[in-house]
Design a protein around this ligand. Structure first.
Ligand code: ZN
Length: 260
């Protein structure tokens, strides 16, 4: 008897494939971001034996309507159907875009939970759509924007408009210190008291404010993009508590993908 007829609760939700790997001889295990059920693991039985059952729906970053049979206390759902609505072919056609999307997926898999979070789902969806549609030389900007939007949806938005320590005003112009430990920019007084941090020019802070609000910023030159990638990596590392490395993120950051 199929699982969906056996009385197991059914979750029907928009879902995005964030990770997929082969399981036993004929199946795949997926990590899915879902609108109604958070990030979940699901077994797609027979997915490799028959293309008919799931078709191209189980490709990385595909999005559609998923039916999952769930069981309280069990970590692995069973995927009973997946109707693909968007396969995002732009991500598979360009290494820079693919690396960026992989970094976003890794970020989500690191920090999210099984709690329903429609705002997070929409941030992931928007980030992947923007990266898939970005020109080759703007894939890094699109990934930076998407990553900060996802970080905002996860509730880690850094303080940018006021001092992260004393909540006093921070001048919009000029350079300000960004402290990962404090969780944002610092006023001149607190900058002298908090060790470490990176000096951020006004245009970099402006971009960060736009990105965390889900908006686009002006395109950056390569050195500025590099600085933003480094800041984002340090920010994530500060929030990683389990010590797992961010491998997809490191790959995205290390390779220039044709940008020189
Ligand atoms: Zn301060």
């Amino acid at each position: 008897m199929p699982d969906y007829l056996s009385g197991m609760p059914l979750l029907v939700s928009d879902a995005i494939v964030l990770h997929a790997f082969d399981y036993l001889e004929s199946s795949r295990i997926l990590r899915l971001a879902t609108r109604e059920g958070g990030v979940r693991s699901a077994l797609a039985k027979g997915a490799r034996r028959s293309q008919r059952r799931f078709g191209s729906a189980l490709d990385l970053f595909a999005q559609g309507s998923a039916q999952l049979s769930t069981k309280p206390g069990r970590d692995l759902d069973t995927l009973t159907s997946f109707d693909v609505a968007a396969s995002r072919p732009g991500l598979a056609q360009d290494l820079g875009r693919f690396a960026g999307a992989s970094a976003i997926a890794e970020l989500v898999l690191h920090f999210s939970t099984e709690h329903a979070d429609p705002a997070l789902f929409e941030a992931i969806e928007a980030a992947l759509d923007a990266i898939a549609g970005a020109p080759h030389d703007r894939a890094v900007d699109a990934t930076l924007a998407g990553a900060w939007r996802v970080i905002g949806a996860l509730g880690f938005t850094p303080a940018l408009a006021e001092c992260a320590e004393c909540h006093g005003p921070v001048d919009d112009e000029g350079t300000a210190l960004f402290s990962h430990a404090a969780g944002g920019v610092l006023c001149p007084r607190c900058s002298r008291l908090v060790p470490g941090g990176r000096r951020m020019p006004a245009d970099a802070r402006r971009a960060l404010r736009l990105w965390t609000a889900g908006q686009d910023a002006e395109p950056f030159d390569v050195p500025s993009m590099r600085a933003h990638q480094r800041l984002l990596r340090e920010f994530l590392q500060h929030h990683v508590v389990d010590g797992r490395p961010l491998r997809a993120f490191e790959l995205w950051e290390r390779d220039v993908w044709g940008l020189t």
